[in-house]
Design a protein around this ligand. Structure first.
Ligand code: SF4
Length: 464
C-alpha cells in the first residue's frame, strides 16, 4: 500500500498538535506585541514533528508499505491517508481529508481529538482510531480494512514497538543552535520514554486516553543510540508528561547515556517535586539543557480543588536556583481562571511567576477539555460552541468572578509583565553577577510601576 501520514501545518497563529494538551493541541493567536514575539519564537523553536505519526510510519514500513508524509499537500495515487487530528485545527484537517477522499484515498484519523469528538471528523473519515494508534494500525498494515470507530487498545509492552521512523515525515533537516536557547532551530526530535501520567489533575487531558506505562531503560537507550547512528547527535525532546516520575529509572538512563558515549542534548517535562539537586546534576551531565514544568497557580488551595498536589514554594525556588547554576533553561506553565481565582489571586500568580525567575513562562486560560473530570463538572458553564477556540488562550466558560474580557486582560498582562522586564533578559542571558542583578532588579521595579499604570488605564477602559 501507499500510505500518507498527514500532520497538517496549522494556519493562523502558532499551532502545536500531537502531544500538546494530550493531543487536543493549542493555538496562540497573537493578541499583543509580546504574544506576537512569543508566537514567532515558538514557530521557530517549537515546531516538532509528530511522534505518534513516526510510530505509525515505523509500523507501516516494517510491514513493507510505501510511506510518505504531508504537511497539507495533496497526494495522488495513495491507498490510505492517516491524519493527525487536533481540536484547534480540525477544519483544515477535515478539509484535507475530504480532498483526499475525492481522489479515491481511504482516510482515517488518529489522536485524542477525533477519538473524543468523533462527530467533528466522521463525515470526512472512513475510520477513526479509537485509542493510541498502534494496535489498530498494526491490523491495518497487515491487510485488515478499518471502518467506523476502530478499537485500538493500549499496548502495555511499549518495548515491543519499533522505533519511530522520521525519514518519511521530515527527511534530513537543517539544524543550528542559537546562543542561550535551550532548543536548536530544526533538528530537535521527540522521544516518548513513557506514556500518560499517574497523577490526578482533573483538568489534564494527558491522562485520559490510557494508563501510565514506561519503556525499559535499555529500550530507550537503544533508540537514542539508533538516532545518533542515523542522524548524529541531536536535541531530544522527551515528550513524556512526567519524565522523572521514577527517579532510579532516570538515574539509570543518564548513566547509560554517559557509558554509551552518546552526545545528544535533551529536554524534558516533569514536576518539580520529582527533582532534587543530585538528580538535576546527573541529568545535566547526561545532556539536560532545558526543562518545562507546571506551577499552574500560586495558591495551594486552588490546586487541591483540581486534584493537583501542591509543591512547597521553597522546593520550587531551590530547584529553579539549581537550574540557573547549571545553566538549564526553564519553562514554567501557569493556568489563569481556576474556579477559585479572582483578579487578586491571578495577579499573585503572575507576581510569583516573576519572582520564581524561570527563563520563560507560559500562561494559559483554564480550558475544560472534553473527557476530563473538569469538563464534566463545568459542562453547564460552557459558553463557547466553536471547538477550535478550545485553544488554551480563549475564555470558553462563564467564570463566577471574572468576565471573558478580564481573563484576556490578565492573560495579556501576564505576558507583558513577565517578558517586558530587564531581568527576563538577564535570566535568558544567564547573567549572575550580583552587581548586575541588583541594578536589573531596580530597573524591574520601575518597569513594573509603568505596567501597573498602563493596566489601570486598560481596566478603566474595559469597565467604562
Ligand atoms: S502532573 Fe497533572 S497536569 Fe501534569 S501531566 Fe500529570 S496529570 Fe497532567
Amino acid at each position: 500500500m501507499r500510505i500518507v501520514l498527514a500532520d497538517i501545518k496549522g494556519g493562523d497563529g502558532f499551532i502545536s498538535k500531537d502531544t500538546v494538551a494530550g493531543g487536543y493541541g493549542s493555538r496562540l493567536r497573537p493578541f499583543s506585541k509580546v504574544t506576537g514575539v512569543v508566537a514567532s519564537l515558538k514557530s521557530r523553536f517549537h515546531d516538532l514533528p509528530s511522534v505518534h505519526l513516526a510510530y505509525v510510519a515505523a509500523l507501516a514500513e516494517r510491514a513493507g508499505h510505501e510511506v510518505m508524509g504531508s504537511r497539507g499537500e495533496l497526494v495522488d495515487r495513495a491507498d490510505v491517508a492517516l491524519v493527525l487530528s487536533s481540536l484547534v485545527d480540525f477544519r483544515r484537517e477535515t478539509a484535507w481529508a475530504r480532498a483526499m477522499r475525492e481522489r479515491g484515498t481511504k482516510v482515517g484519523f488518529i489522536g485524542l481529538a477525533s477519538q473524543k469528538l468523533p462527530h467533528l471528523f466522521e463525515a470526512d473519515a472512513d475510520f477513526i482510531v479509537d485509542g493510541e494508534p498502534e494496535a489498530a494500525i498494526m491490523r491495518l498494515v497487515a491487510g485488515e480494512p478499518l471502518t467506523g470507530m476502530a478499537a485500538s487498545p493500549q499496548i502495555d509492552d511499549l518495548d515491543s514497538l519499533p522505533f519511530p521512523q522520521w525519514q518519511p515525515l521530515i527527511g534530513a533537516r537543517r539544524r543550528f543552535r542559537v546562543p542561550f536557547a535551550g532548543r536548536p532551530v530544526g533538528g530537535a526530535l521527540p522521544v516518548l520514554a513513557s506514556r500518560s501520567c499517574p497523577e490526578f489533575c482533573t483538568y489534564c487531558p494527558h491522562r485520559i486516553q490510557t494508563k501510565y506505562r514506561a519503556r525499559s531503560v535499555r529500550n530507550i537507550l537503544e533508540e537514542l543510540t539508533y538516532l545518533e547512528d542515523t542522524r548524529g547527535p541531536i536535541h531530544v525532546v522527551f515528550r513524556d508528561p512526567l519524565f522523572s516520575q521514577e527517579r532510579d529509572r532516570v538515574l539509570e538512563l543518564c548513566d547509560g547515556i554517559r557509558s554509551r558515549g552518546l552526545h545528544h542534548t535533551f529536554e524534558c517535562e516533569t514536576r518539580l517535586d520529582r527533582l532534587d539537586d543530585e538528580l538535576l546534576t546527573i541529568m545535566h551531565r547526561a545532556g539536560l539543557r532545558a526543562m518545562s514544568f507546571g506551577v499552574e497557580s500560586q495558591a495551594p488551595t486552588t490546586l487541591k480543588k483540581v486534584g493537583r498536589r501542591p509543591i512547597p514554594e521553597a522546593h520550587q525556588r531551590a530547584i529553579l536556583a539549581r537550574c540557573r547554576e547549571l545553566g538549564i533553561v526553564t519553562a514554567a506553565f501557569y493556568v489563569l481562571g481556576f474556579g477559585e481565582d479572582t483578579w487578586d489571586s491571578i495577579n499573585a500568580t503572575i507576581d510569583y511567576s516573576i519572582e520564581l525567575g524561570s527563563t520563560v513562562a507560559q500562561y494559559k486560560i483554564l480550558t475544560p477539555y472534553p473527557g476530563t473530570p473538569l469538563f464534566k463538572r463545568m459542562e453547564t458553564t460552557l459558553t463557547e460552541t466553536d471547538w477550535e477556540k478550545y485553544d488554551g488562550f480563549t475564555p470558553t466558560f462563564t467564570h463566577e468572578r471574572l468576565t471573558h474580557d478580564e481573563l484576556r486582560l490578565l492573560l495579556g498582562s501576564a505576558y507583558t509583565r513577565f517578558y517586558m522586564r530587564p531581568s527576563f533578559l538577564a535570566n535568558y542571558l544567564r547573567v549572575s553577577a550580583p552587581a548586575v542583578r541588583s541594578v536589573v532588579q531596580k530597573l524591574d521595579a520601575r518597569v513594573e510601576r509603568r505596567h501597573a499604570r498602563r493596566e489601570c488605564v486598560r481596566v478603566a477602559g474595559s469597565t467604562a
